[in-house]
Ligand binder design. Structure first.
Ligand code: FES
Ligand code: FES
Length: 625
């Protein structure tokens, strides 16, 4: 199909450009006009990071073919700041601290601008409604809504313009004060460049061939057809790794690209660098791989049974890491207890879903230094691993951390940076890789799914005498951060409570699932869910208020944990006091549940996410009624 000739007015300037018929308006703005304030978060109309005005109407540019731009007036976030001065809304976002990672913020600013253009007097409920098509994963929505209300009131004259100005702080007077984020202006104006926004002269585009199989031996990889294609500058497989082909935070068991076998669906097998992404995708499709399917295992308990498929030769029992902790005599503690509870808990895999998908840029500079720019959350470690992978001294490897558009632990593990470095070395040109949302979900680490059995013994007064926790986590196909997550889970396996007899076993297990890795709370969530839910059940069985049973057992200053850590200042009881007061807790043993509780139903108290044990009991009660 012939190229389109697009004429449009963009941010007040007349633009005439040719465009590819398959292009989306999002690509046209980003790739052809370098308006990268317009971000791609999902590519599917769900997140709002790509919001622009087309003839004054807020639209998601990822859903619009470029042909729809013909003859229109388009406004992007870059067009809102006139003469370099931020709009009132942009200033209000800055003032309110409404920009954490910042990736969603240009889209939010656009949606907020649309909201106040539609109704300059919109109340908070209407603002929420009008921003409903935009997602934020890290700022949280309250500050964003505060910012829109602030802008509304300044625009309406209810507040003076000085309400947007910097609050003066005396020299050194910063602790405990709100301080404005110095990088906020670049975020609210769309100027901040994340890795996927960066371009270099002569840059190539990378696409990755991924495994369709969960477990298979690779018999053949034939890249000849891909290499012969016009526009393809380099194709790599594991054969191109010159050094030690293994990375991971603890065990270096993951090859840059599958070596000998694939161990999960979505694992990288080969990568292509080409003049444009379409050619790179075509070349990926031309790579031939012959697999011999192997039996796979998708459940951590099954992977521990004898005879289960083995993922790594060095771990014939599929155990990535077992952390055992023994303190006192748990059986004696249970024997002395008035109440012994044993419960099973499970938690699922969770996707980080940061709005910025993984992206990176790599080049070899004039001194032969291999440079990788990426939103890595662990760049020093990544740098050391990469030096071994590419067999270069550390002085010849540089990592530059680009702005992290949401990480939550998910960008701690090195995933694609090795492929980028190898392609930059092979082609001697800058290369850039930007994951699609689907690719991000299919190939990157999730929170460890867990199954926990917890046995706890209590005196009738509520004192915990013994705790025995066994947690089995599905670590997926590679080690990544699993060992660290198991360590942290074990350290927190008895909760913040002084318990004389403790037995903890946490296991990270290899399976043919997508690898698990670091995720907010790093193993704590899985064990705390079990500990706190069991405490709630014990409180009810013993006729105690749930706050009371926690205060009875809480660590105090100078206490020693089950991992022999001596605690200095412990604030747990103060935290409990604040929680009890702030939540409007109805003191005593819970007698009614859910919305029927007066404390949970109060207008100033959020509906309860509640305590794990309560939902089950509530359901039973409802079922019985
Ligand atoms: S809505 Fe367009 S990128 Fe998410
Ligand atoms: S600030 Fe909204 S996604 Fe990070």
């Amino acid at each position: 199909m012939p190229d389109l000739q697009i004429k449009a007015t963009i941010n007040g300037r007349k633009v005439a450009r040719s465009a590819k018929p398959h292009q989306r308006l999002l690509d046209f703005l980003r790739d052809d006009l370098n308006l990268t304030g317009n971000k791609e978060g999902c590519g599917a109309g769900e997140c709002g990071t790509c919001s622009v005005f087309v003839d004054g109407v807020l639209m998601k540019s990822c859903l619009l073919p470029v042909a729809k731009a013909q003859g229109t007036a388009i406004e992007t976030v870059e067009g809102l700041a006139r003469g370099g001065e931020l709009s009132v809304l942009q200033k209000a976002f800055h003032k309110a601290g409404a920009s954490q990672c910042g990736y969603c913020i240009p889209g939010m600013v656009m949606a907020a601008t649309a909201a106040l253009r539609a109704n300059p007097f919109a109340d908070r409920e209407e603002i929420k409604e009008r921003l409903g098509g935009n997602i934020c994963r890290c700022t949280g929505y309250q500050k964003i809504f505060d910012a829109v209300e602030l802008a509304r009131d300044v625009q309406n004259g209810r507040l003076p313009a000085t309400a947007l100005s910097e609050q003066e702080h005396a020299e050194g007077d910063f602790i405990g004060k709100n301080v404005r984020r110095i990088d906020a202006p670049s975020k609210v104006s769309g100027k901040l460049r994340y890795a996927g926004d960066m371009i270099m002269p002569g840059m190539l585009h990378v696409q990755v061939l991924r495994s369709p199989h969960a477990h298979a031996r690779i018999l053949l990889i034939d890249t000849s057809a891909a290499e012969a294609m016009d526009g393809v500058e380099g194709v790599i497989t594991c054969a191109d790794v010159p050094g030690e082909d293994g990375f991971g935070v603890f065990v270096h068991d993951q090859p840059v690209m599958a070596r000998g076998k694939v161990r999960y669906v979505g694992e990288a097998v080969a990568a292509v660098a080409a003049e444009d992404p379409v050619t790179a995708r075509r070349a990926v499709a031309a790579i031939k791989v012959v697999y011999e399917l192997l039996p796979a295992v998708f459940d951590a308990d099954e992977a521990m049974r004898s005879g289960a498929p083995v993922l790594h030769d060095y771990a014939p029992d599929n155990i990535t890491k077992h952390i055992p902790i023994r303190v006192g005599d748990v059986e004696a503690g249970f024997a002395a207890a008035d109440l012994v509870l044993e419960e099973n808990y499970s938690t699922q895999a969770i996707e980080h879903a940061y709005l910025e998908p993984e992206a990176g840029l790599a080049y070899v500079d004039h001194d032969g230094v291999v440079t990788v720019v990426s939103p890595s959350q662990n760049i020093t470690h990544h740098r050391h691993m990469l030096a071994k992978i590419i067999a270069k001294p550390i002085s010849k490897v540089r990592f530059i951390m680009s702005p992290v558009g949401g990480g939550f632990g998910g960008k701690e593990d090195m995933i694609y940076q090795g492929m980028l470095a190898l392609l930059a070395m092979k082609t001697d040109r800058p290369v850039r890789l930007v994951f699609t949302r689907e690719e991000s979900m299919a190939s990157t680490a999730k929170r460890h799914p867990s199954r926990t059995t917890l046995r706890m013994g209590f005196t009738r007064e509520g004192r915990i005498l013994a705790s025995h926790l066994t947690m089995i986590c599905d670590g997926g196909a590679y080690g990544l951060s699993t060992e660290g997550v198991m360590r942290k889970a074990a350290i927190l396996g008895a909760g913040p409570y002084a318990i004389p007899n403790v037995r903890v076993d946490t296991y990270g297990i290899y399976t043919n699932n997508t690898p698990s890795g670091a995720f907010r709370s790093f193993g704590a969530l899985q064990t705390q869910f079990a500990t706190e839910s069991t405490l709630d059940m014990a409180a009810e069985r013993l006729g105690l208020d749930p706050f009371v049973i926690r205060r009875i057992n809480a660590f105090q200053d100078g206490g020693t944990t089950h991992t022999k850590q001596r605690l200095g200042k412990v604030s747990l009881t103060r935290v409990l006091d604040a929680l009890e007061q702030g939540s409007g807790w109805e003191q005593g043993v819970p007698a009614v549940r859910g919305g029927a509780r007066s404390d949970l139903g109060r207008s100033d108290v959020r509906p309860a996410v509640s305590l794990g044990a309560r939902f089950a009991a509530h359901d039973k009660q409802e079922a019985a009624e």
